[in-house]
Design a protein around this ligand. Sequence first.
Ligand code: ANZ
Ligand code: ZN
Length: 848
Amino acid sequence: QTRFDFKAAEARWQAAWADGGTFRADDASPRPKTFILEMFPYPSGRIHMGHVRNYTMGDVVARVRRMQGMEVLHPMGWDAFGMPAENAAIERGVHPGDWTRANIAAMKAQLKGLGFAFDWSRELATCEPDYYGHEQALFLDLLAAGLVTRKLSAVNWDPVDMTVLANEQVVDGKGWRSGATVERRQLSQWFLKITDFADELLDGLGTLEHWPDKVRLMQENWIGKSQGLRFTFQLEASPAVDGGLSAESGIVLHDDATPPSSFDVFTTRPDTLFGASFAAVAADHPLAAACAASDPALAEFIAECRAGGTATADIEGAEKRGHDTGLSVIHPLDPTIRLPVFVANFVLMDYGTGAIFGCPAHDQRDLDFARKYALPVPRVVAPEGEADAPIHDEAYTGPGTLVHSFWLDGMSVDEGKRAVIARAEAEGWGKGVTVWRLRDWGVSRQRYWGTPIPIIHCPSCGAVPVPKHQLPVVLPDDVTFDRPGNPLEHHPTWKHVRCPSCDEPALRETDTLDTFVNSSWYFLRFASAPGDAPFDAKVADQWLPVAQYIGGVEHAILHLLYARFWTRALHRIGRTATTEPFAGLFTQGMVTHETYRGADGRWLSPEEVPAIIASGEAVTTGRVEKMSKSKKNVVDPASWIERYGADAVRWVMLSDSPPERDLAWSESGIEGAWRFVQRVWKLAQSTGGEGSDDALTRLTHRTVAAVTADLDKLQFNKAVARLYELANALERAAPSAARTEAVRIFILLLSPMVPHLAEEAWAATGGAGLIADAPWPVADPALLVEDSVTIAVQVNGKLKDTIQIAKGLDRDAVEAIVLDLDKIRRVLNGAPPRKVIVVPDRLVNLVA
Ligand code: ANZ
Ligand code: ZN
């Protein structure tokens, strides 16, 4: 007996799969088709443990489906545009294209080394013109269909570097490189009209039954459908507003700075209108600007609100602050009530109408605000008997009855909402409306390493699409990164072109597309990649939707929503029959590791620890945490693959933790996997013998059924546990023909998880061909039952057959089995029995 030589086995079988085109997907295959996809990686340079876990899971699913007789599409490619490549260019002077392509080559070799069953013939990289050129064509199709618009939108502006920053380049409100306080600036940008699909995208979630509930909920919240009342507040006429005060104070109001006489607000809680104690508008609201013209302190406050980036999370987390405009509005339900009008930092300009009424008793933000500015907090909703219960630090958002609300008193919250909306509509000051949180998708990025937006700006014709026959608009290679801003903008010639429609000098758009666009349709290109079109729907629709998509939960919102939107948009313009791209979704947990610190508290990497301990310094073992460079607990899969082989690493990825949970990488874990690999190899070399072993055969079939079911549900760790159990039994069993057969089934079951070992073991036990091509084992139902009974089957009281069935089977199941027996069918000759008498666990008598 020999040890399992993983290096030789990996080389041998990887070559065999590649040479045989084993994992090529055949578009013309008559087998049922299925598409298994893992989120394609960003080519950062090396494969990390998260990739290994993700792709191992997908690989198991793909291999099982193939063995079950399906034609499997399991492709791999590269999400190859994005900022890190430009950062590498800035920091190390290497061209983004060279950097990216070198990373792809390195990572591809690593993925091949792990033995993943990818169809490499379909490999794509989004940074190549034969991908992004097709993306440009699709963009123009969407533009022609009215699904692309150009409008002003806020960006993060770094006033020192004079450049636009992505949200992730804004750290604590400051530019990552310059350290300057970031400003919000308005820029003309391209938008994809995802809001046209808000309803569809929301309703579509209902059909995605093989998605995790939490992901559907996150998408639902992101789309954010809110129903409520939009109504108009009339400003109380005041001398200040009429310009008297400003003339007196010597400040001249600009014409367009005259405050309007009214503004609209949006509320989801019209029932609480009598609980209003103030009104507030966003810093960017026209009313704020108008008031600021005569109020320098307010102008300063507005400027402060604008500083600090565009990320909503920052805005929502900030302390609630405001500035009193001195204006008042008239309460629409009672003209004797006046409410002060503030400019407030927690009111967002791009939601609803950019203005609110504040009801402190029933909204936490409003309560925080009211406490700060000493505004009243009247309660208008209360549970039974608590009409006068005071509100302290927590707003009451629960159900109840309306109180202190005059004609609304006694109504429920819902009744109150309906009543106020009805009244507003009848009196003409408001209207029931639906408001969405979802915004159109701004896709313009002021950077080089992305898909050039195929537009030419002409002084006379405006924005003109690049004619399709001129696509792809190829990125120039000769760019420099020696100054801030977009290299495409600085390029001496690239942007100077002629207008496609009037032939006069014009300027090429220098913005590129958000990289999320690249990943919004790559599955279509995987499914079909003609040279002259983005994809061929006839072919692609055979594969789509993706049966099982696997990736990180960090993509639960944007990527998945954008991909769903692109698919629906392409569907709407008749480019695909598919509406939902991913029928099944699985989000896997992270790979974590222990953390270590030296005596002085510095972080230590796992490799450093043994030497430090040997030197006599105390090492503290910290919590198991997500692998991160800052805590030095990153484990590079490459060295472990080198030491223990791809199969052992794959096995660890599937063992121990449920796949949706975090998996703690440990040395003992990989050593355990290594020992298991050797045990399997030993079993494969110890077959032979005569005779049967009923107990072992039963266990084997039960394992087949259970592992098949576990893998169907992606419960890899459960399948692993059952395979350990079977391995134990096989090691204990005496040689027999039954045991030999059991070992072969065992190897088949293992093969999707540890494919090199399985191929080697298959060959050693005399298996024909590749195990990757072998059919998946099917359990014999008769062998699945723990306790079986023999029952008599009679027709008209005469014994016709005896059968073995599970003990305690119910009447219907027994009847079904009996009616399906060959002998009985012959006797009955197609006619259903008049009566079926079942004596449980004893006999069945059919009356014909
Ligand atoms: C009065 C009120 C009373 C509100 C109450 C809530 C509770 P969703 O559910 O997310 O749609 N709001 C409206 N526009 C806003 C904006 N541009 N910026 C910040 N807040 C805004 O939230 C709708 C509620 O958020 C609205 O209902 C409004 O406050 C606030 F007891 O109106 B409500
Ligand atoms: Zn022109």
